[in-house]
Design a protein around this ligand. Sequence first.
Ligand code: S3P
Length: 430
Amino acid sequence: MKILPAESPLRGSFSIPGDKSISHRGVILGSLANGTTELSGFLQSEDCLHTRECFSQMGIESHLDDKGTLMIHGKGLLGLTKPKERLYVGNSGTAIRLLSGVLAAQPFSSSIEGDESIAQRPMKRVIDPLQSMGAKIESQGGLAPLIFQPSELKGIDYKMPVASAQVKSCLLLASLYSKGQTHIHEPHPSRDHTEKMFKKFGIDILSSEQGVIFSSQKQNLREISGQKLDIPGDISSAAFFIVAALLTPNSSLTLKNIGINKTRRGIVDVLLKMGANIKITEKEGAFEPVADLTVEYSELKPIDIQGSVIANLIDEIPILAVALSHAKGTSHIRDARELRVKESDRIKSIVQMLQGIGGQVEEYEDGMCITGGKPLRGGQVKTFMDHRIAMSSAVAALTSSEGVQIDDIACIKTSFPSFFDIYNQIQERA
Ligand code: S3P
């Protein structure tokens, strides 16, 4: 698909679909609670619908009402039934890793797999600690498909080698079923949606910058009951439009009800340091912090990022790289080795994306160096079936001189099916 440069400033005020990480967790905890959980703002993207389908294969009914609220009829921690077929997560790393924590603890055997990208992503990071808890798991040399046999789990004291919310959440879900305490230590704080959602469901958990402590012995988990959750707009999806407004001259966009959890808002903090004009209007009352963001076109300065902020903007690095290509001077991204094991090898895909459209970029093993300031020419981009590369390229097209030809946009459906509806709407309103 060929995306053309913007002909006028971007304008508008709109909401962004619900947060992907929170939507997955809502389905999981809603399925394990007793009674109905209402998820308003549930993200109806392929990834989250796969998680819903996996639980439906394990006997959990759910339905979407006409407002898009997902009602999940949970049957309690011990209410799942053996799936008749292998569970399938599509492209979703979050689904396969979080579900592994649940499946490892069930009194029935099961197996789970995903698409070609999932078949290459590392699963040892969940297999190893789950096995230390007593789980019986077979894999293909550390890769999916994964097969689980029934087992009794015990708590674990685990030092995670990389900051990963997927691993942390997998272990927390397994610990709901295990005997004794679980301590998880993180090298850097990763997103804490599972901890926040445990608390919302009345499950006691102690969390600090160093990690999480959970003790299933102290509580009667059979009594977790369904909750009403308002899922905020996904800051990772909002990031594409934040950067689009910052780069396109004279633009002004307001994005409503965006989740600004401090373990996720790294992209906003970094853009503010780069000189971005973003007004944050915080709102009260939700179980996750929420704000309206008003973004105006801005001249951006280069920046060096590394260390703990990386975990808080890991999914936004493709679109940040587009922003850095517009900042006059040289920027460095380091300590981002994890990008190599995302939906694609994102260091390689970002570098090739920028090179394909006239950007100046050098690849490092753990990041990249980007020299910006010269307008991007445009050209051809290969997405490697990675949704965030496709959306970043579409944003880069707006300020390019020739537009951008993207080889595959179908992958966008994994996280943001209405991306092009909003993209077209903010240009029509100009
Ligand atoms: C996610 C955690 C992150 C992130 C992914 C979603 C989650 O992965 O990249 O898109 O919902 O827990 P890691 O935990 O592997 O860093």
